[in-house]
Ligand binder design. Sequence first.
Ligand code: SF4
Length: 297
Amino acid sequence: MILTTRLLHWYDRHGRDLPWRGTRDPYRILVSEIMLQQTQVPRVLLFYTKWLRRFPSWKILAQASNADVIRAWAGLGYNRRALMLRDIARHVINRGVPKNEKEWLNLKGIGPYTATALAAFSLHHQTFPIDTNIRRVAGRLLLGRPFPSPSDDDRLRHLATRLLASSPTRSFDVPQALFDLANANCTKRPTCITCPMIKHCLAAKKFLSGSVRVPKRTTIKANETIHPGKKYPDRIYRGRILKRVRETSQGISLQALGHLIDPTFRPSQDQTWLAAMVHRLKKEDFLAIKNKKIRLG
Ligand code: SF4
C-alpha cells in the first residue's frame, strides 16, 4: 500500500527518537504507556528514565511499598497510576507476563488501548491501538472525517488491518508513525500544506478549502467534583494533600493539612470535606493514619 510506504518513509526520517521505542520489553513499554496516559510526551521524558533507574524490573517494582512508588511518581500527577503499575508488577511476578492482548486486558488497570499497544509494540502482533491522537489522524487519512469520534473506531480498525498487513515486518511502526504525524502536522488545526500525507489523505481537501469549522472543544471534560466555594476540582486538592504528606517524614495532622492545601481553608466549613478526601485517599491505599498523623500508605 503506497500510503503505508509513504508514512513509514516519513517516519524513518522525521519520527521522534523516544526511549520506549527501541525496546520490546513489556515492562518498559507498559511504564511508558501508563505514564503517557494523561501526561504529555515531553513531561514523560523527564520521568521515564528516572523511574527505570529506581525500578528497573518487574521484580524490583513488585517489592516496592505504596510510599516508594508514590514518591517516585511525584510530579507526574494522577498518582493512582503508580499503585496500579506496582500491582501489575506483582501480578506478573506471580503469574507471568501476559502473552496476548486478551490476557493484558484481564489485568486491573489495563484498558483496551493499553492492551492493544502492548500487543503491538511488545509482541509485534498486527493490531491497531486507537487513542485520541491515532483516531484523529487515521480518521482524517482513511475516513476523510475532520473530527472523528469513538463511533468511528470499528471502521478504522477494519481499514487499519490492510494498512498493517501491507507492511507486516513493520506493522508496529505504523501506529508510532501516526502518533508522530498527529504531533507534527495533524493537530486539532492541521497544517495540511506541509503534511507528507497530503496526497493520500481523504480530509486534506476539506481542510485546505477552509470549509471545516474547528470545534471549540473536541474532548469532553470528565465530570469533576468541585466543593462549594473552592476554585479547583477535588482532584487538585487531593494532589496537594499527597504532595504535602510526601514532603514530611513525620506525618501531618488533619488540622495542619487544611491551610497547607488551601490558603482560604475555613475549618468550620471545610473540615468535613478535607476529612472525606483524606479518608478516600486512605481507602485507596495512598495514605495511612497512625497516632492521628497522616503518612504515605
Ligand atoms: S493532510 Fe492534513 S488532515 Fe490529512 S493527515 Fe495531513 S495534516 Fe492531517
